[in-house]
Design a protein around this ligand. Structure first.
Ligand code: XLS
Ligand code: NI
Ligand code: NI
Length: 436
């Protein structure tokens, strides 16, 4: 019993196609900079939005029509969802997926029961992975929905909650390993504060550091070799999340000795909530060697929430791919669509339109970024702009052989600085438009 009987594998038909259920740009076999699009982009479907999203919002109930889902928290319903998820991903041609423990399996009355439920569902996930060849990009634990996590999980004021979260992550990590997951993600859920009057911030952040160290220790114990990823987000649900942006996360990871095993999972809508662009967050993580994966979506700048929309803006995808290519690709990461269809797009078919659009936008972004790099004008301009650092005094400063003493002497002889050049921002913006 297929959930999408009217849909077969989404074909690549090229830019001339007017079929809304075909790819125009994403040809998984097309080679760009020596790798196929499939290898570059490593598209991933998220279970929480695509299979569990109901379209509810703070003002109203769910609107999504999902004929295969009876709305119950039964194991049978959970298993039916797994079958539908894999039918969807197979027809879409997405090579990866990602989930939270509680998205795929119902929470039980105790941790032991929840673990057993997850084990049962993991069996079905493994079977479907085997059947389709679709792989797990990452697993994670939901440490934010249940009321027990109201004050946070690893940063809770209650030590029992910390212990419970540790037990939950242990099992989620083991399940991720069992399913061959290539990464394991920590998004800081409720790890932050609403009010500093009642918060011991140092203690909470120390606890978070210890929690992640224990995750690494456990990974070593069980032989999990995947990459750990932290997903920065500045706010929502808390007023301040400790993993607020790439720079804050990297500082935190350094302080707790975690940089060897962790990288970052950068999400577009979180970057903009932090007051940064996606390009900024990617480049910041990238030049520190910490770019691991991306959660691909987009926000609405007029709304200012984490609206998790599907990305269709070619400037955004081209900029994203430009920075990713610059830093050598995503490694074990991927382009994970942490995005949901709008509440008004309630039909199952909208899930296809949304993902096809996102995949095409990224395929096109990849090609645009590759064209910009092939042409070399942009990189050439930047190289030139910093030419004073390639030799002479600049090279000496970079090599660390100069001091205030020596530079003061140099500057006094210089008289005035006469070599400033225009930044040519407008010219470069025009240049970028020539590749679109
Ligand atoms: C929420 C986050 C979340 C993570 C996974 O804003 O984006 O969905 O990706 O826990
Ligand atoms: Ni995310
Ligand atoms: Ni998000």
């Amino acid at each position: 019993m297929a959930a999408f009987p009217e849909i077969s594998r989404i074909p690549f038909e090229g830019p001339g196609s007017d079929n809304p259920l075909a790819f125009r740009w994403y040809d998984e076999n097309e080679v760009v900079e020596g790798r196929t699009m499939k290898e570059h982009l490593r598209f991933s479907v998220v279970y929480w939005h695509t299979m569990r999203g109901t379209g509810s919002d703070p003002f109203g109930w769910g609107t999504a029509v999902r004929p295969w889902d009876d709305g119950s928290e039964s194991l049978e319903n959970a298993i039916r969802r797994v079958r539908v998820a894999f039918e969807f991903m197979e027809k879409l041609g997405a090579p990866y997926y990602a989930f939270h423990d509680r998205d795929v399996a119902p929470e039980g009355a105790t941790l032991a029961e929840s673990n057993r439920n997850l084990d049962k569902i993991a069996e079905v996930l493994a079977e479907e992975q085997q059947r389709t060849g679709i792989k797990l990009l990452w697993g994670t634990a939901n440490l934010f929905s249940n009321p027990r996590f109201m004050h946070g999980a690893a940063t809770s004021c209650n030590a029992d909650v910390f212990a419970y979260a540790a037990g939950q992550v242990k099992h989620a990590l083991e399940t991720t390993q069992r399913l061959g997951g290539e990464n394991y993600v920590f998004w800081g859920g409720r790890e932050g504060y609403q009010c500093l009057y009642n918060t011991d911030m140092k203690r909470e952040i120390d606890h978070l550091g210890r929690f992640l160290q224990m995750a690494v220790e456990h990974a070593d114990r069980i032989g999990f070799r995947g990459t750990f990823l932290i997903e920065p987000k500045p706010k929502e649900p808390t007023k301040h999340q400790y993993d607020s942006d790439a720079a804050a996360c990297i500082n935190f990871l350094r302080a707790y000795g975690l940089t060897e095993r962790f990288k970052l999972n950068i999400e577009t809508n979180h970057a903009t909530l932090a007051g940064h662009s996606m390009m900024h967050e990617l480049d910041y993580a990238g030049f520190q060697g910490m770019l691991g994966s991306i959660d691909a979506n987009t926000g609405d700048l007029l709304l200012g929430w984490d609206t998790d929309q599907f990305p269709t803006d070619l400037y955004l995808t081209a900029q994203t791919m430009l920075v990713i290519l610059k830093h050598g690709g995503l490694g074990s990461g991927g382009v994970n669509f942490d995005a949901k269809v709008r509440r008004e797009s309630f039909e199952p078919i909208d899930l296809f339109h949304a993902h096809i659009g996102g995949m095409d936008a990224f395929a096109r972004g990849l090609k645009i970024a590759a064209a910009i790099r092939r042409d070399g004008k942009l990189a050439g301009f930047v190289k030139d702009r910093y030419a004073s650092w390639d030799s002479g005094i600049g090279a000496k400063i970079e090599h660390g052989s100069e001091s205030f003493e020596s530079l003061s002497k140099y500057a006094l002889e210089l008289g005035e600085v006469r070599t400033n050049r225009s930044g040519r921002q407008e010219m470069l913006e025009n240049l970028i438009n020539t590749y679109l």
